[in-house]
Design a protein. Sequence first.
Lengths: 264, 147
Amino acid sequence: MQIPYQAKIPSKNHNVSTESLIAKSFQIILSLIIFILISIVFVYLSLGIIISFAPINFGKILGESFAKNFQAESKSVPYQQEEQIQNIFAKLKNVDPQLQSLELRIINSNDLVNAFALPGGIIIIGTGLLEELKSEQEIAMILGHEIGHQVNRDYLQRLSKSALILVIYSAITVGGSEVPIASSLNDLLDLSFSRRQELNADQFGLELLNKVYHSSFGAVEAFQSILQIENKLSTNHKFLDLNILKTHPDTKYRIKKLSEKVAK
Amino acid sequence: MEFIILVVLFFTGLIFGTLNERKHYRSIQKREADLIQRPLVSFGKKANPIYQGFHGELVSANVVISIDYFKKFVANISNLIGGKVVSYETLLDRARREAILRLKESCPEADFIINTRIETASIGKSTNNSVACVEVLVYGTALYRVN
């Protein structure tokens, strides 16, 4: 028996792709990185919307721990005009039922020339600042401004974005180092807000002032008082490191913006 | 430290794996050209060699080829988005061709090899971190003319 057998070697090996492995893996890695970046940006941008649905006293434990730092600076004697200030605050709170859970803490320390909005609806004001304000309306404006921060959840916005960055950072370094985490926590303690957030809080404070006192008197004046403090501090160099210079945007610009709004 | 080991493995795989593969392909091409006239077919399941003046013998050959870390890395990346796993294509191609060559070499006196079958298996997948190998087994019936 004879089986006809004609064998030949194929000219081309079609079982093997000609693509370069390195180029292909680079292409895949690159597209994955782009995809991850896009999703991170998406989450980052949508955080603001998600956060605005959080209850106003969300994050109370965190706020308490920050408040402790300030209360440690306070003198043991309570501030003599504490009751009047709390009354002003109560008047502001009565405007809207959602503000009822807010809490004002007065820190009796002349070095604290500042006010803060902490997470969990805690507002901190230093007597150093209170002493410089000349009228009830001015105090109401500053408190209204901080209430504005609370209503806009500015602190949570900042906190959640820092937390997201922290998560991404530890994912990249595979939880390798502890130092950046500690420094990020310090960033969280830094109580600064963005220029936009400050101006929105100013706007809120002004509206609140109008609702309670039926006039805009005190809005611009409060910031003029702050401007005076800044001028005083910048000539007196030993107070230059005070928080108020770091945590708020250019006061002159804010006065200009507020005056425009008051004129309307 | 672990990262350094991975980088070393990656480049070892890239350099030695590529060199090895080229060398293997050169050898395969040379031997294929030499053995091309040795008849090897996949039909013949129903053939009865005894009545046709032949006597038959089972012949088999197998080969085990390991993937390198570079190939595994590229394959893992391809796994993320699906599609062709290009890095394993050359591996299987080499293994099959090498096994067929070994089969032909195992019975140089045979007139034909009929009813050839190719089986593939992977070895060493059980542990997660190890690099697996591919085994290819080729078997068939070698026919010898009875004088």
